[in-house]
Write a protein that binds this ligand. Structure first.
Ligand code: GLN
Ligand code: ZN
Length: 764
């Protein structure tokens, strides 16, 4: 029989229960016990939901209150010393690592966060050194396995594999210069052994061990580590299903399939072509092959007939007992359920599947492959055929004007009129900014009042005009605030935006929106990605009204603010029927018109945020060039339409630029701001190394944490940055936007930032 499986489930809860409970705990409104109970209820609902969908292999242990990588660090005692000795409970140490902590007598910044492969999910980066004192503090997979078992549900626990876990980490400050985290494999294996031994003893038949590093080029260099690790683990562990996702195994398949494991999972959503070579290799082994057929990364209904057809080749070659029909990855990156969506049209609703609906899909695929005669299964398949046919019909419609405009893009549309050196002189005179201009990345705190006003507008409790007046008042306050504390290049603060991508999507044609389609970005932060459903165009100007208004109430220069085409694409659920390149270019043209309109409205500096350029990079190097070409072209297309005197800005967060630096240079933004405060000086040195010649604003403090950076601390950081970067090129700004922060810490932090800029003006 072909079994069905789901690799992981969203953690938030159908009604955002976990997010709310976690935040209430942070605010001191509920106890740790209450938080545990809220989490237990959500886990129970997920397990029961999956069982009701008739999924055979239900995951446990992948639930998290903050981040699953952080869960492993807490369990393995990979806790940097700075979080210890403050008399904090293990739970509070855990949260302090995730988000920093500034309470009575405790002042610690958060650990670094990084993007999880090519997704918009962020994990907390483990810090390792030779002196890392591994200990199994607790066994979360066993605890959650037992928790489900007590509810009568047998699960397949999920563990992040040792090679990937170590590989995701970084060298701690106290590590020697040539230390690499993966060298700790021999030290960490005993813990994994203990963990897996206990799981087996608890009655787990299978364990899902995630090793996504295997879809990367770098996976190849870990062949011997994989051999050592799994030779040690297999004898004591439940049957190991080694899972890979987000890409293809390629050459890594050869050694992965020979490991002493019981099953291998491959992602056929991202890499359908790997099915055939994998079958060939797996055939001569006794491995079970888990087919990732139902996308864990997108929300389109699976074409079940196509999935069944593809899997049939595996069944024919291996036999039904050696095939599992699964989601391509964890469903962490999709919303919980379509059931709560009331605003999508029935036509649209019929296009999508969220996590719970995807669970039903894997069941139907497995059931059909197993020869099920159950009428509900054949009915589900028939209904799916009808839905897919209708969607294909819709996909054949297009906006011809938009398609023609994309086809007619010329190289000169991607070029500014003059070189940066020429532009810089013109801009100096026009903008008249001081040396070390102090600025922010765009958003200011999204207060309860702002969210309430937006909600009231949504419910029709206030009129459009009342809402606009409210936003204008907000902008006035935000502008006055910036003038008062002495920032140089102002912003309007983005109070009108629910989210940097959703907001623009709502103003453009070609998108659909959910009411409850929350997807975790980091910790308790969730976003609702818009869905690109058809060709994209801009029916009317978007930001001009707000930025123009902000400029009208100040003499200081105002920086216009919008989200770039590649980020819009990467943080939306894209169409699956046309290329990402086409979608990106359509977005770029729409934004180009917006940039030109802003300039016409008298805005002299315009920031086009592209924080997602890096995360959209294909996981395999051979695929980089085509992506980078269209991605950077899209940014240039969006921004190059302005005159030399208009200063273009771009912004990036969590970006490792080392290996794509020439592309960053090719953006040719007049100023780029980057998240830099937590990355030591590595990022800064990259800019120096490549002789970056345009202006740059390296973030001087972390905005993901409520902690207020001291004046001295910012000065010192700025001082260190100036050892590597020319003072004539530097802007002074925070790491990122301030929308998630409160006003109190924002004010205190920015005052310290402005003082640091003033200090720098005296020193340099
Ligand atoms: N302008 C956006 C803001 O300030 C940028 C956010 C981001 O880069 N993630 O919120
Ligand atoms: Zn940012």
């Amino acid at each position: 029989m072909v079994l069905s499986s789901v690799l992981g489930f969203p953690r938030i809860g159908a009604n955002r229960e976990v997010k709310k409970a976690v935040e209430a705990y942070w605010a001191g409104k509920i106890s740790a016990d209450d938080l545990t109970k809220a989490a237990a209820n959500v886990k129970k609902a997920s397990w029961t939901g999956l069982k009701e969908a008739k999924v055979d292999l239900v995951p446990s242990g992948e639930f998290s209150l903050y981040d699953h990588v952080l869960d492993h660090s807490a369990a393995f005692n990979v806790i940097p010393k700075r979080y210890l000795g403050h008399d904090l409970s293990p739970l509070d140490i855990y949260f302090a690592m995730g988000r920093g902590r500034q309470t009575k007598g405790v002042d610690v910044p958060a650990c670094e966060m990084k993007k999880w492969f090519d997704s918009n999910y962020h994990f907390v980066v483990p810090e390792f050194s030779e002196s890392t004192d591994f200990k199994l503090n607790f066994n979360k997979p066993v605890e959650e396995f037992n928790e489900a078992k007590a509810l009568g549900i047998q699960t397949r626990p999920v563990v992040l594999g040792p090679v990937t876990y170590l590989w995701l980490g970084k060298a701690a400050k106290d590590a020697s210069p040539d230390f690499t985290p993966t060298s700790l494999l021999p030290k960490i294996l005993p813990l994994y052994k203990q963990l897996l031994t206990e799981l087996k003893a608890a009655g787990a038949e299978w364990v899902q061990v995630d090793e996504p590093v295997l879809v990367l080029d770098t996976g190849l260099q870990f062949e011997s580590q994989f051999n050592t690790a799994y030779a040690e683990l297999a004898p004591v562990a439940p049957k190991i299903l080694l899972t890979t996702y987000f890409g293809r195994l390629d050459a890594n398949l050869n050694f992965a399939a020979k490991l002493p494991i019981a099953g291998l999972h491959i992602d056929l959503d991202r890499a359908p072509a790997q099915l055939e070579p994998t079958i060939t290799v797996v055939k001569s082994t006794s491995l079970v092959l888990s087919l990732g057929l139902v996308s864990g990364r997108n929300i389109w209904k699976t074409d079940l007939s196509a999935a069944i057809k593809a899997s049939q080749t595996a069944v024919d070659a291996l036999g039904a007992d050696r095939v599992i029909a699964a989601t391509s990855s964890s469903l962490l990156h999709t919303p919980v359920t379509l059931a709560s969506e009331e605003k999508l049209t029935p036509e649209q609703k019929d296009w999508f599947s969220f996590a719970l609906e995807k669970a039903k899909e894997v069941h139907v695929i497995a059931a059909i492959l197993s020869g099920s005669q159950d009428s509900s299964v054949s009915e589900a398949l028939e209904a799916n055929r009808t839905s897919i046919a209708k969607r294909r019909e819709f996909e054949h419609t297009s906006n011809d004007a938009v398609r023609k405009r994309v086809a007619a893009i010329t190289p000169d549309q991607l070029e500014r009129k003059s070189s940066f050196a020429v532009r810089q002189e013109i801009q100096k005179k026009k903008l008249n900014l001081p040396k070390f201009p102090a600025t922010t990345i765009g958003s200011f705190p999204q207060t309860k009042e702002i969210r309430t006003a937006r909600a009231k507008l949504g419910k029709g409790e206030i009129t459009e005009e009342e809402y606009e007046n409210f936003i204008k008042k907000e902008i006035e306050r935000i502008v006055a605030f910036q003038e008062r504390i002495g920032l140089d290049l102002l912003v309007h603060g983005e109070p009108e935006r629910n989210d940097m991508v959703q907001y623009f999507g709502e103003q453009l044609d070609g998108f659909a929106f959910t009411q409850n389609g929350w997807v975790q970005s980091y910790g308790s932060r969730y976003v609702r990605p818009p869905i690109i459903v058809s060709d994209i165009s801009r029916p009317h100007p978007i930001t001009v009204k707000w930025c123009g208004y902000a400029q009208s109430v100040t003499k200081k220069p105002m920086k216009g603010m919008m989200t770039g085409p590649v980020t819009m694409l990467n943080w939306s659920f894209p169409r699956a029927d046309v290329s990402r390149e086409l979608q990106s270019k359509q977005l770029a043209l729409a934004l180009r018109d917006e940039v030109i309109d802003l300039e016409k409205a008298g805005i002299q500096a315009i920031q086009v945020d592209e924080p997602a350029i890096r995360e959209g990079l294909p996981l395999r190097r051979v695929d980089w060039d085509p992506y980078l070409t269209w991605a950077i072209d899209s940014f240039r297309l969006a921004t190059a339409g302005v005159s030399d005197s208009t200063q273009t800005h771009s912004h990036f967060c969590y970006s490792d630029f080392d290996d794509i630096f020439p592309s960053i240079q090719r953006l040719d933004a007049d100023v780029i701001s980057i998240e830099a405060s937590k990355s030591d000086m590595k990022l800064i040195k990259t800019f120096q190394h490549y002789g970056y010649a345009n202006q740059i604003g390296p973030g001087v403090y972390d905005i993901h944490s409520p902690r207020v950076p001291g004046g001295e601390e910012i000065q010192q950081r700025l001082g260190s940055m100036l050892q590597f970067l020319p003072d004539s090129l530097l802007f002074v700004n925070p790491d990122c936007g301030l929308k998630t922060r409160g006003w109190k810490e924002t004010e205190a932090s920015l005052i310290n930032l402005v003082n640091a800029a003033k200090w720098a003006r005296q020193q340099y």
